[in-house]
Design a protein around this ligand. Structure first.
Ligand SMILES: [Zn+2]
Ligand SMILES: [Zn+2]
Length: 124
C-alpha cells in the first residue's frame, strides 16, 4: 500500500484526542501503552529506537482523497510530501475529529488536558 505523507498544519490538530497517535489507539480500541513499529515497509530505522519514536502521521492513500493516520517513526514522518510504501497489514484510522470513536470519558480527559496546557502557556 502506498501513502503520501502530508504536511502537519495547525488546522489538522487532533482536538478530540490531543495527539494523533492517541486518536489512532483510541479508535482501534487499543490500550494507550500499546507500542507500534513504524508502518513503512523499508523503514531504515526499524528497531527498538523506531518503536519509541513512533507518531501518528497524517497520510493520504494513493487514489483516495481521505486523510488517514498511520504510525510512522519520526524519521519517516519527516519525509514530508514523499510517497512511502507501508506494510499491507497496517491498520488505517480516519483522521477525522468529527468521526472519532473515542469514548465520551476519553474526550473529556482530552479537553481537561488541553485546558491545562492552555493555562500553563498563559502563565508564561
Ligand atoms: Zn480522536
Ligand atoms: Zn520509519
Amino acid at each position: 500500500m502506498f501513502v503520501q505523507n502530508l504536511e502537519q498544519t495547525s488546522s489538522k490538530k487532533s482536538t478530540c484526542c490531543g495527539s494523533w497517535i492517541t486518536h489512532y489507539k483510541r479508535n482501534l480500541k487499543l490500550p494507550q501503552e500499546t507500542n507500534f513499529p513504524c508502518s513503512r515497509k523499508d523503514c531504515p530505522g526499524l528497531g527498538i529506537s523506531a518503536i519509541a519514536n513512533v507518531v501518528g502521521a497524517h497520510v493520504k492513500v494513493t487514489g483516495s482523497r481521505k486523510h488517514w493516520i498511520v504510525p510512522l517513526c519520526s524519521f519517516c514522518n519527516n519525509q514530508r510530501g514523499k510517497v512511502l510504501e507501508i506494510r499491507d497489514d497496517t491498520k488505517l484510522v480516519w483522521a477525522n475529529v468529527g468521526e472519532c470513536q473515542a469514548t465520551p470519558e476519553e474526550k473529556k480527559a482530552t479537553r481537561r488536558m488541553l485546558r491545562q496546557v492552555r493555562r500553563r502557556n498563559a502563565k508564561k
